[in-house]
Design a protein around this ligand. Structure first.
Ligand SMILES: *Cc1c(COP(=O)(O)O)cnc(C)c1O
Length: 318
């Protein structure tokens, strides 16, 4: 059941949860009679939209930075992201007094740029039509002696993300199913390892936007498939392919990957805002949309759903 040849083991998740104790929030688990009625199941929402910096990414970022040696911490870290990894890295760096540089597209949303700067990070812009962010980041990392922390394909990041599922299962007990959004696969890889240890038999289902189903294709083909940048409102899942480290974990521990479309995501966001009074960003709604549209039959089962983040432009709710 438990493969020790993965980049990450349950021991790493346990160590991450000790490092995050008192620093990351133990986010609440919410239930809703109306959500249960839609799903015909008992649904437990792990609310990482309430996590520091607004998404689970804080867990991985903090765990990764805290594990660097003294020299690396002094020199600083670098990440490329237009999204939640940027804010998470900036906040984690601020808390650990490690300088953070973020490489962002010049046309990134103003709120994201100001949130990242607000946590004290230096933001370097690039033109995403003519420049390659990975090249720019590597060049800067070399020139300035910075450590590059990628958003998902990095063992300490995966271990940190796994702590959300550890908390969920410790709070609500054994689950029959767990639904998790997939971008590059860091969140679901950590979730699957935590669940394999704490709730063996729990069926892990990944959820992607319909237009961005690269992980589904990769699972079906038995190898990593790369797609063009997908058009979807789920901006946290616009990755072109899953990772070299996350794929073997997903392939072994994830039962299936399903998709939902942007309309289903919009309906889900509205449900959360109107009925449960919570703001969940489009990518954060992937798992919940799969459950409430009964893409997989989970009748009468105990179903965990990770609401992965809550950072968004409120115009999405119009
Ligand atoms: C990054 C992100 C995801 C996807 O996580 P991966 O580890 O890349 O699979 C899902 N939801 C939100 C809100 C995110 O920020």
């Amino acid at each position: 059941m438990f493969k020790s040849n993965f980049a990450v083991t349950y021991i790493d998740i346990l160590a991450a949860s000790q490092r995050l104790e008192g620093i990351a929030y133990h986010t609440p688990v919410l239930t809703s009679r109306q959500a249960d009625e839609k799903a015909l199941a008992h649904v437990f929402f792990k609310c990482e939209n309430f996590q520091r910096s607004g998404a689970f990414k804080f867990r991985g970022a903090y765990n990764a930075i805290s594990q660097l040696n003294k020299d690396q911490k002094q020199q600083g870290v670098i990440a490329y992201s237009a999204g939640n990894h940027a804010q998470a890295m900036a906040l984690a760096g601020q808390l650990l007094t490690v300088p953070v540089t973020i490489v962002m597209p010049a046309d990134a949303p103003v709120q994201k740029i100001s949130a990242t700067k607000g946590y004290g990070a230096e933001v370097i812009f690039y033109d995403r039509h003519t420049e390659n962010r990975e090249e720019i980041s590597r060049k800067l990392a070399n020139e300035r002696g910075l450590t590059l922390i990628p958003p998902f394909d990095y063992p300490d990041v995966i271990a940190g993300q796994g702590t959300a599922t550890k908390e969920l299962i410790e709070e609500v007990g054994q689950l029959d199913y767990l639904f998790v959004p997939i971008g590059g696969g860091g969140l679901i890889a950590g979730a699957a390892i935590a669940a394999a240890h704490l709730s063996p038999g729990c069926i892990i289902i990944g959820v992607e936007p319909e237009t961005g189903n690269d992980a589904q294709k990769s699972l079906q083909n038995g190898k990593i498939i790369k797609i063009p940048v997908p058009k979807t409102i789920a901006d946290g899942a616009q990755t072109q392919c899953i990772g070299e480290l996350t794929f073997p974990i997903i392939r072994t521990l994830v039962k299936d990957i399903v998709t939902v479309n942007d309309n289903q995501l919009r309906e889900q966001m509205q449900f959360f805002a109107e009925r449960m009074k919570i703001i969940v960003e489009p990518t954060g709604c992937l798992g919940a949309a799969a459950v409430s549209n009964r893409i997989i039959d989970v009748s009468n089962k105990r179903v965990g759903v990770i609401l992965s983040g809550g950072n968004m432009d409120l115009k999405h709710l119009d």
